[in-house]
Write a protein that binds this ligand. Structure first.
Ligand SMILES: Nc1ncnc2c1ncn2[C@@H]1O[C@H](COP(=O)(O)OP(=O)(O)O)[C@@H](O)[C@H]1O
Ligand SMILES: O=P(O)(O)OC[C@H](O)CO
Length: 565
């Protein structure tokens, strides 16, 4: 496992939280933030300030090109040790664990775990949302009659991204999974479900739930009724009967009972009262409660959510429809633009290319050059997601010359996310008929001032970055706090996370920005079809279960490189 860090110093930029003694000082909310590359546990006070944090990275398992897995048990171990680390820091600072009222959970979405409901044992590594082994399967499914209707039911189109194709792949390729399915004991969960199940003690309490924001990423849920959809289950039951799998109960995002409680460790007995998929949580943490509010989170991937209010809106321009949150039984929806590669592009330059040992150094490297020097990097490691949805492509660089240096590559890597964000914003404008006045941002890569300035230049609206950027964890704390009466309504949150914003105003001439975009669009058009004739999923086609089982183990436990602070 990776090195460990308890930190607060780089959590907020600018003024540190000031201590004011009041009754609210005694009320705290814990938040588990289980992301794609790291797990964190934070403790927030009622003003929404983080008082303690502990973060750990965990193994990223890449058994084959395009495959990406996590060890489900390691995920739980990191949660437990993050809780221990943060509580240690919290108590060292003179607080008491008894004053933590409730816990919220937020998590990477779509990533899929299958387990045996009679033993509670995971049957295979979790297949991560970025994994493209099912690209071929997705293509076959899209060719089936009726596939064109699915997005209008569940909000998502078939691709390797939602959970469903990951389930189908494991059924077909992993012996252990198939045997448990045949015995009628197969349980399905996204990461929220797995976390709730395990933290509640697994088999014994059998807490088996998923919140609506997570369930809306599986393709199994009807986005309007918020229940499992017969049409979806029928469509995907062509080889294995989806109704023979146990699916978690779908619940709202704030609930005093549904998520149970933590059963062991320093927070044993604490109720879990809120849960949101991480992108929904970031929208909540940015207080994007009004229709028309939007946020863009630059984490491992980058996800722009646009609040569309009480009714789901279906995009004509490559966006997904998702549940933003549901605190009181009445769901709020969002249009989503999903970008597969953001910070993971930065990590690729660090770990695979050896450009540097720290993310901020990639930004510094990008700053050593004045512009991209004509280089465009389409970082399509998982194909290209929104708004393009090109699955027969891979990462592609255009415009390499003798002039190209590492600085240009670093710059083009950051720019790739900004170009895609611009394309998503254009799509949103076309779908909504409205233009955003500003864009709120957060996530690790938003630390890069260069990336945020580039973003402002490309979208030609101000980019607003909060001082406290742990908005995802804050969103989960808010969900939990609503169910536990820490906060009673949105009005009570009005002063939360408002101070010390940085605004990046567009500086580039519109014409120059248009020229850059034109080149990007040309590069996107040219990278299409790169993998079109290949059998991208040979293991899947051959159904070689032993091979797949073995592959799952090959890199298990492989150490992640040291975490940066
Ligand atoms: N200064 C920086 N410049 C560029 N990228 C950064 C910077 N700081 C952090 N990142 C990137 O942000 C990502 C982590 O963001 P985070 O929001 O924690 O992601 P996640 O929740 O997906 O694990 C990493 O991929 C890291 O490389
Ligand atoms: O790990 P992140 O923060 O990039 O988020 C992952 C998303 O939830 C995937 O849909």
């Amino acid at each position: 496992m990776s090195s460990i860090v308890s930190r607060l110093s780089n959590l907020v930029v600018g003024d540190q939280p000031t201590k004011v003694a009041s009754a609210d000082d005694k009320m705290f909310v814990g938040s588990i933030d289980q992301g794609t590359t790291s797990t964190r546990f934070l403790i927030f006070d009622k003003k929404g300030e983080p008082i303690a944090i502990h973060q750990e990275e965990f193994s990223q398992i890449y058994p084959n090109p395009g495959w990406h897995e996590h060890d489900p048990d390691e995920i739980i171990e990191t949660i437990e040790s993050c809780i221990e680390g943060a509580i240690r820091q919290f108590e060292k600072d003179g607080h008491f664990r008894e004053s933590i009222r409730c816990i919220g959970v937020t998590n990477q979405r779509e990533t899929t775990v299958l387990w045996d409901k009679t033993t509670g044992e995971a049957l295979y590594n979790a297949i991560v949302w970025t994994d493209t082994r099912t690209a071929g399967l997705a293509k076959e499914l899209k060719a089936r009659p009726g596939s064109e209707k699915l997005q209008g039911i569940c909000g998502e189109a078939i691709s390797s991204y939602p959970s469903v194709t990951k389930v189908l792949w494991m059924l077909k390729n992993v012996d252990k999974v198939r045997k448990v399915y045949e015995a009628g004991n197969l349980a399905f969960g996204t990461i929220d479900t797995w976390i709730m199940y395990k933290l509640n003690g697994g088999l014994e309490k059998n807490v088996f739930v998923s919140d609506q924001t997570n369930a809306s990423r599986t393709m199994f849920m009807d986005i309007r009724s918020l229940k499992y959809s017969d049409e979806m289950l029928d469509f995907f039951s062509y080889e294995y009967d989806m109704r023979k799998i146990a699916f978690p109960e779908i619940v709202r995002s704030a609930d005093i009972k549904a998520f149970g409680q933590i059963r062991s460790g320093p927070l044993a007995g604490k109720p879990i009262t809120g849960c949101l998929g991480d992108q929904s949580a970031a929208l909540v943490g940015q207080k994007g409660f009004d229709p028309g509010a939007a946020k863009n989170t630059y984490g491992t991937g980058c996800f722009l959510l646009y609040n569309t209010g009480k009714e789901p809106v279906f995009s004509q321009h490559g966006l997904l429809t998702t549940v933003a949150y549901n605190f009181d039984g009445s769901p709020v929806y969002a249009l989503e633009g999903s970008i597969a590669v953001a910070g993971s592009g930065v990590k690729f330059l660090m770990h695979n290319m050896g450009f540097s040992h720290a993310s901020h150094k990639i930004t510094e490297l990008a700053e050593t050059v004045q512009d991209n020097g004509g280089l465009v990097f389409v970082t399509a490691f998982s194909g290209l997601f929104a708004p393009y949805w090109i699955d027969d492509t891979q990462g592609t660089m255009f415009g390499i010359t003798q002039h190209t240096e590492r600085g240009h590559i670093a710059r083009a890597t950051l720019e790739a996310v900004c170009f895609q964000t611009k394309a998503i914003l254009d799509a949103m404008e076309q779908d909504s008929g409205k233009k955003l006045a500003e864009l709120k941002v957060d996530g690790g890569m938003s630390n890069s001032a260069l990336a945020m300035q580039t973003q402002a230049d490309l979208v030609q609206i101000p980019i607003v970055r909060p001082r406290m950027r742990e908005t995802t964890a804050l969103g989960a704390a808010i969900a939990a706090g609503f169910a536990s009466d820490v906060w009673k309504d949105f009005e009570e949150l009005k002063d939360v996370n408002t101070s010390g914003q940085t605004v990046f105003e567009p500086k580039m001439h519109l014409e120059d920005s248009r020229k850059m975009l034109k080149k990007w669009e040309k590069a996107v058009a040219m990278c299409k079809g790169w993998t079109a004739e290949e059998k991208t999923d040979e293991a899947e086609i051959n159904g070689d279960a032993a091979q797949a089982d073995e592959m799952g183990k090959v890199t298990k436990g492989k150490e992640q490189k040291a975490i940066e602070i």
